[in-house]
Design a protein around this ligand. Structure first.
Ligand code: CA
Ligand code: CA
Ligand code: CA
Ligand code: CA
Length: 351
């Protein structure tokens, strides 16, 4: 899909001759009495400062009319751009006041995902939009995406997983807030959206919407932030050997559901990462291109200090200049009775 969103233009309409004459007279008088300030006032008003937050997953229904690639050969159709959404499509989530409650430590401000002012600048001082920066096919440009803490977690197809997420609040601005909601999605079938279900053995269903309206109790925080653990539903991850786009949305309202598909009766409505028509009040949306470590590439990790209780029966010198035999416990398996085993870390990449 490749839909260009229209920017709002002022339609000045037809101007008749008497109105034109009157207008010219007013302009001349204004020049006489106001001098150069009349020119200054006629210029475009300055753009508003960035104050909201949006996601940065690829969205091919954008203001540039460009395909925004999710994976090689697959256009992204994630709801990321907020304004001018075509009929039937979901609006991207915008968070109007993100610095009340947000994800991680940082949140960067912008007013739209693909155009307009953005807090983040390139080396030349120009705004870097979250997606399609400088009108080029790119995404994942938001540098405030830091709330997902265990990005090496294995998300196996048809399995549950535990996600670790940091939620932070401004103690003054959020003083009267009780709870917010966390929702998480993964594009398990790599088709460029978060709208699908998968099938698992024993007639079970796997999900792209893997965390659903998890309530975060802001009153339980011991400080300004809390690291929380959230268990997912059965994850859809049909192609675990290639990257997948994920979205984490923290918001004051629950997830926005897609319209019911009349061709699929009996399926309860799902959320696909879209936001409300008027946007969320607070919170943040963080999008990630999940790069899973392959389980078969994860090798146990051992210590390597000298250990003379080894499989070869050799003295393993601790210090070359002396004859002191090392007795550090490094060898894990087959250690003589009474001698300590070395440490073995079966899953060194798991935090
Ligand atoms: Ca953040
Ligand atoms: Ca941002
Ligand atoms: Ca991102
Ligand atoms: Ca999908």
């Amino acid at each position: 899909m490749n839909i260009k969103r229209t920017r709002k233009m002022t339609d000045r309409g037809l101007i008749n001759a008497p109105r034109m004459l009157l207008g010219m007279t007013v302009l001349i008088l204004a020049l006489i009495f106001s001098g150069a300030s009349a020119f200054a006032q006629s210029q475009e008003p300055p753009q508003p400062k960035p104050s909201a937050d949006l996601g940065d997953a690829p969205d091919s229904t954008n203001h540039h009319g460009m395909n925004n690639t999710a994976y090689p050969g697959v256009p992204g159709r994630f709801p990321t751009v907020f304004e001018g959404t075509p009929a039937g499509e979901g609006r991207g989530p915008i968070h109007h006041h993100p610095r009340v409650v947000w994800l991680g430590d940082k949140v960067s401000l912008e007013n739209e995902a693909d155009i307009g002012p953005d807090e983040e600048m390139d080396a030349g001082g120009n705004p870097i939009n979250n997606i399609l920066a400088k009108g080029v096919n790119n995404a994942n440009n938001d540098r405030g995406d830091d709330g997902w803490l265990n990005r090496n977690v294995v998300l196996a197809d048809c399995q549950q997983a535990t996600l670790k997420v940091r939620v932070r609040k401004d103690p003054v601005a959020a003083a009267n807030m009780k709870q917010v909601f966390l929702n998480v999605w993964i594009d398990g079938n790599r088709d460029g959206d978060w709208a699908d279900l998968g099938t698992c053995p024993q007639n079970q269903t796997s999900n792209e919407w893997i965390v659903r309206n998890f309530a975060v109790d802001l009153t339980s925080f011991s400080g300004d932030f809390q690291d929380i653990e959230v268990k997912t539903l059965l994850v859809s991850n049909a192609k675990p050997d290639v990257p997948a786009w994920m979205r984490f949305t923290l918001s004051d309202e629950q997830a926005v559901l897609m319209p019911v598909d009349p061709t699929k009766p009996g399926i309860s409505p799902l959320a696909d990462g879209r936001g409300p028509d008027n946007g969320f009040n607070i919170g943040e949306t963080e999008d990630y291109l999940y790069l899973p470590k392959q389980v078969d590439q994860i090798r146990p990790d051992f210590g390597d200090a000298p250990d003379s209780t080894n499989h070869y029966g050799l003295t393993n010198p601790a210090y070359p200049a002396t004859s002191t035999a090392g007795r550090f416990p490094s060898v894990w398996e087959g250690t003589p009775a009474g001698q300590p085993s070395g440490p073995m870390h079966a899953n060194p990449y798991n935090s």
